[in-house]
Design a protein around this ligand. Structure first.
Ligand SMILES: *Cc1c(COP(=O)(O)O)cnc(C)c1O
Length: 230
């Protein structure tokens, strides 16, 4: 068995255990393989092992891989998106996790309309207020969701966050619980056409805590593919 397959099996076991611990059904949690800088052969091994969502951070890199590997899996964009890449992003990706400002949403909407499609998006929130992270501040998230809900060619499906890195993953729990609480508050507003089903949260070092706090998509790179070299 390849190490990629082995790693995926282990992670699925850990996701299932975390879900059960918190009274959730493990099938509510989807596992994304994060493949920035990962070579094609290893991505194909992951797809063979059943990974059906691939997350990419760079539009150019993703474009090449998608053309090579095709759309038998979902391709999600999880990186910082510049508005001038919106035109490519709406065509390439099944979901964009990193909508963090109204101007980007408007540009994506324009490009999706021109391409005749509806683009699924998540609103990225920077709960811990770290300078290095590009999400919207939590107090702006409800307004951003309302703004996106007005755009006919975007469909907002949930929220995404990246917790700060901590030696002890327990320290990330308030961040994940905070995203869930924010989602519940926005859903309670009953914005027309908006149901925030997805919570995209949890990475290699903190995914079990994220699952316990309600994650529906965990984004895992290193625990599947090993340390990134490039
Ligand atoms: C790189 C990346 C991940 C995966 O991180 P790992 O620690 O390798 O699991 C998840 N989400 C985002 C937004 C990333 O940029």
């Amino acid at each position: 068995m390849s190490d990629v397959r082995e790693n995926i099996l282990r992670i699925r076991e850990r996701i299932a255990a975390a879900a059960v611990r918190s009274g959730r059904d493990p099938s509510e949690v989807r596992l994304m393989g994060v493949t920035k800088t990962v070579g094609d052969d290893r991505i194909l091994q992951a797809i063979e092992a059943g990974i059906d969502i691939i997350g990419e951070n760079y539009v150019q890199e993703a474009k090449r891989k998608i053309e090579l590997m095709g759309k038998s899996v979902e391709w999600h964009f999880i990186g910082h998106l510049q508005s001038n890449k919106a035109r490519y992003a709406v065509r390439l990706f099944d979901m964009i996790h990193s909508v963090n400002r109204v101007s980007l949403a408007e540009e994506l909407n324009r490009r999706a309309a021109a391409a005749g499609l509806v683009c699924r998006v998540l609103v990225e929130v920077n709960l811990a207020g770290e300078e290095s992270k590009s999400g919207a501040p939590p107090e702006e998230a409800p307004g951003l969701v309302r703004a996106v809900s007005q755009l006919a060619n975007l469909s907002v499906r949930g929220l995404m966050t990246m917790a700060p890195w901590y030696e002890d993953p327990e320290k990330a729990r308030p961040c994940f619980a905070g995203l869930r609480g924010l989602r519940d508050r926005i859903d309670a507003e009953k914005i027309p056409n908006v149901t925030l089903r997805e919570l995209s949260m949890g990475m290699t070092d903190d995914f079990e805590v994220a699952v316990e706090e309600g994650s529906t998509i965990v984004r895992i790179g290193r625990a599947i593919f090993g340390e990134r070299t490039g």
